[in-house]
Design a protein around this ligand. Structure first.
Ligand code: SF4
Length: 303
């Protein structure tokens, strides 16, 4: 990895000189209540995973087997090249997947990187875990042209994806960060990086969080990460896979502590599918749910 590709390291705090004598606390400091120590989220997640396995043994396998019986066991297959995956994921934020696909297709049409190959399949290819109808196999947009496009034009082009005023600058900022940090728009170098290091690299880009970074790395490189979107979080909180009252950001750590690496892809795709088809936000269809016998929403004493 070239130094330019390293994510910016957090500044180290200066070490105190060894010989420095400890300062006496002022009376005011003595009377102050000790500030609560911030807990390490990874340690918290590991403790949760141990406790869950002790109190509700085999829950993860039960859920995955039940969902596999209902929807099949998804196998990883490549989707888009990673930079396209990143931009498409930005386009899906708080929007329908079908709208994001239309917006992505419009980027390809407006700023093509190459003429459409004559033998290219123009039939949309549906992606596992994806709620849209798919995209045809075509070369990605010309990222340099997208990065330097006038914002009003870019906003107009991606309008079918929703929230275009927010997403246009976010897309340009992400492309600029890729070029500045990696020297090109390609994210291929992340293939060789350990999963959490790669997630950290991507999540250091403004506007990219753990979920988007995990989506790119899981779907492009089959890295064992676990993107937690609203479906995944809703279903897993109802079942009790993650603690009640936690949030989607923390759930990324809970899942990484709970899952074996080979379970990550299936867990993500199956929980999304279940959230879309059965465990709806309003009126979940618990009577036809294979997970119901161990779901805490269905039976709050379920083991
Ligand atoms: S039992 Fe109901 S709430 Fe629980 S996972 Fe199934 S559909 Fe969702």
């Amino acid at each position: 990895m070239s130094p330019a590709r390293r994510p910016a390291a957090a500044p180290k705090s200066a070490a105190a000189p060894k010989s420095a004598a400890p300062k006496a606390k002022s009376p005011a400091a003595k009377s102050k209540p000790a500030r609560a120590r911030k807990q390490d989220p990874v340690a918290v997640a590991r403790a949760w995973a141990r406790s869950l396995e002790k109190k509700r043994p085999g829950l993860v396998d039960f859920v995955l087997d039940g969902l596999a019986d209902a929807y099949g066991r998804p196998q990883w297959q490549p989707r888009l090249e990673p930079t396209s995956e990143l931009i498409l994921t930005i386009l899906t934020a708080n929007s329908a997947d079908t709208g994001a696909e239309v917006a992505f297709g419009a980027l390809r049409d407006r700023w093509p990187s190459a003429p459409t190959p004559k033998d290219a399949s123009l039939e949309p290819r549906h992606f596992p875990g994806w709620g849209g109808i798919g995209l045809p196999d075509l070369p990605p947009p010309d990222w340099a042209a997208v990065e330097t496009a006038p914002i009003p034009e870019l906003t107009d082009i991606i309008r079918p994806g929703g929230l275009a005023n927010q997403k246009a600058p976010r897309i340009q900022a992400a492309l600029s960060a890729l070029r500045a940090n990696g020297g090109s728009y390609s994210l291929e170098f992340l293939r060789e990086m350990p999963p959490l290091e790669a997630r950290e690299w991507l999540a250091a880009i403004p506007g990219i969080g753990k979920k988007t970074a995990s989506v790119v790395l899981m779907f492009s490189f089959d890295k064992p990460l676990m993107p937690v979107d609203r479906h995944v979080f809703r279903v897993s909180e109802r079942i009790g896979l993650v603690p009640a009252g936690s949030d989607a950001d923390a759930a990324h750590d809970y899942f990484l502590a709970m899952l074996r690496p080979e379970q990550a892809y299936q867990t993500h795709v199956s929980l999304i599918t279940h959230g879309r088809k059965t465990c709806h936000a309003q009126k979940p269809d618990c009577d036809h749910c294979p997970v119901a016998p161990r779901c805490r929403y269905f039976d709050r004493k379920a083991q």
